[in-house]
Ligand binder design. Structure first.
Ligand SMILES: CC/C=C\C/C=C\C/C=C\C/C=C/C(=O)SCCNC(=O)CCNC(=O)[C@H](O)C(C)(C)COP(=O)(O)OP(=O)(O)OC[C@H]1O[C@@H](n2cnc3c(N)ncnc32)[C@H](O)[C@@H]1OP(=O)(O)O
Length: 292
């Protein structure tokens, strides 16, 4: 797996920034400061043109505004570079993504809350409607927003059996927004989605496989990446434009929902999440996570 420098340069603003800073600082000081780790890494394979995009925000890849923004830029960069495919995975050994960063929603000023949600909306839309094939290589737990990212890809390979996946929002006293529901229904169908979402149930990887929430279960990350590459390879001979338009057509409900309702959806989020009762619930949940 090789990093294509030209691609990375255009994909990661962070990469250009850190290179620029460190080379200029070297003139003035002996020890250049360590550049910050990118929140999302991207490696493009020279031969296949497939990108492995790795969420890299320890400890649990909770999705905050900067990470989402970086992910969106990477997806846009891949679009511009006519990517052959993208595999989304995590640098953690146990967590794919813990979902939305609850700290972004807890006691947050309204402007930050609003920026957070609009970044989530646009990042999701970029991923969900991306023209290239997408696979989630789910190498750890994937609750809520982590499950949403997985569902937004076209294929899901999960490391099992011990990790779990699901939209657990109701267990937290919050509501999965309509586009989360559409994504789950795309994959599971109406009845199983209703059952899963009303209970906020998390599924073990074997349960998820049985239900169709994931497409394959493997025993480690390397196998997950190999399976993901195999899925993407089958599109090598399919004309990309026909593939892209077909994907858009199949996903039209979700795409249209977001395009038509971005502002209402933001308003619903703001109204719900700023309620005192909801804030108290998020606070208690965060405290319970920290007490573990
Ligand atoms: C009509 C409706 C319209 C609008 C809807 C409105 C509102 C709905 C809004 C949004 C939908 C919400 C989506 C979400 O994604 S909410 C997030 C849900 N996530 C979870 O429930 C997962 C919580 N985390 C865990 O279960 C575990 O952390 C996990 C299994 C992932 C990993 O366990 P592990 O033992 O490895 O780590 P921990 O010790 O638990 O955590 C380490 C560290 O990280 C902090 N942490 C964990 N998760 C989060 C998170 N999601 N956000 C922020 N911080 C998180 C945890 O507190 C620990 O912190 P510290 O003790 O300080 O190290």
């Amino acid at each position: 797996m090789a990093v294509v420098f030209r691609t990375c340069k255009s994909l990661s603003k962070n990469a250009i920034f850190t290179r620029g800073i460190s080379s200029s600082l070297r003139l003035h000081s002996q020890k250049p400061p360590t550049p910050p780790e990118p929140l999302v890494n991207v490696d493009v394979d020279d031969k296949s043109g497939v990108a492995v995009v790795t969420l890299n925000r320890p400890p649990v890849n909770s999705l905050n505004t900067p990470l989402l923004s970086e992910l969106k830029n990477i997806i846009k960069g891949l679009e511009d570079n006519k990517s052959r495919g993208m595999i989304l995975t995590s640098s953690s050994e146990t967590v794919f993504s813990a979902g939305l960063d609850l700290m972004e929603m807890y006691n947050a000023p309204k402007d930050k809350l609003s920026a957070f949600w609009t970044t989530l909306q646009s990042t999701w839309l970029a991923l969900y409607r991306s023209s290239f094939p997408t696979v989630a290589a789910i190498n750890g737990h994937a609750p809520a927003g982590g499950c949403l990212l997985s569902l937004s890809c076209e294929y899901r390979v999960m490391v099992g059996p011990k990790f779990s996946i699901g939209l657990n929002e109701t267990q937290l006293g919050i509501v999965a927004p309509p586009w989360f529901v559409i994504c789950m229904r795309d994959v599971l169908g109406h009845r199983q989605t209703e059952m899963a979402l009303t209970s906020g149930r998390m599924f073990s990887a074997p349960e998820a496989l049985k239900l169709g929430l994931i497409d394959a279960m493997v025993t480690n990350k390397a196998e997950a990446i190999t399976e993901a590459q195999k899925f993407i390879a089958q599109f090598a001979k399919i004309p990309p434009l026909a593939r892209k338009l077909t994907k858009e057509s199949v996903r039209q409900e979700g795409i249209k929902y977001m395009e038509d309702n971005m502002i209402d959806d933001l308003q619903m989020f703001m109204d719900l999440v700023t309620q005192e009762k909801i804030q108290k619930g998020i606070g208690l949940y965060l405290a319970s996570l920290k007490k573990k």
